[in-house]
Design a protein around this ligand. Sequence first.
Ligand SMILES: [Fe+2]
Ligand SMILES: [Fe+2]
Length: 200
Amino acid sequence: MAGTRTLNSFFYRIFLHHQHKLKIYLSPRRFQHALACAQLAAELAENSGFSTNRAYVAGLLHDCARELPEKKAKRLLAHYKGKHCPSATRANPKLWHMPLGIVIAKKDFSIQDSMILRAIGVHSVGAARMTMLDTILYVADYSEPLRKHASAPRIRRLAKKNLFAALRQVTVDKCAYLKKKGLSQHPNSLALAKRLKIKV
Ligand SMILES: [Fe+2]
Ligand SMILES: [Fe+2]
């Protein structure tokens, strides 16, 4: 399995357990997306000398809250006090799964690693300051091989050569997409675009 050849057997057993459990939380299609994202994230981590174990777990669990029943999501969000939920995220139900992903990864998958939890918390909109794991997950989520949009293969190839060029290109694409659709930009995305000197 590309990108996961350096996963050691101890972690591999944990991953198998998480994968099995994750099937309860996601539709088959989104489960396949999570697996593809995890494999690409591990591959990008390996290329960058970053922990493949962390990258794989972040990729696997990043959408773990994406299909929570609405009632449960609302209840969890009402109690969420963490920092990864600015008002723009609370106002957009499609983004709730970022902060709620932190809650579910902690509570149901026993993830305590703050780097992994943070990467899950910003995986779709990014942040002004992206850690290496934030970057790996943001790029892998957007460009994993099951993604249907036209730029995915190009970004994937770019990411394997130059992860930061891929981060920039994903941000350019996301901003352009929202602009074309007449949708507002999330403050985190704007802050990231500004930091990367991208005109929005
Ligand atoms: Fe997501
Ligand atoms: Fe995703």
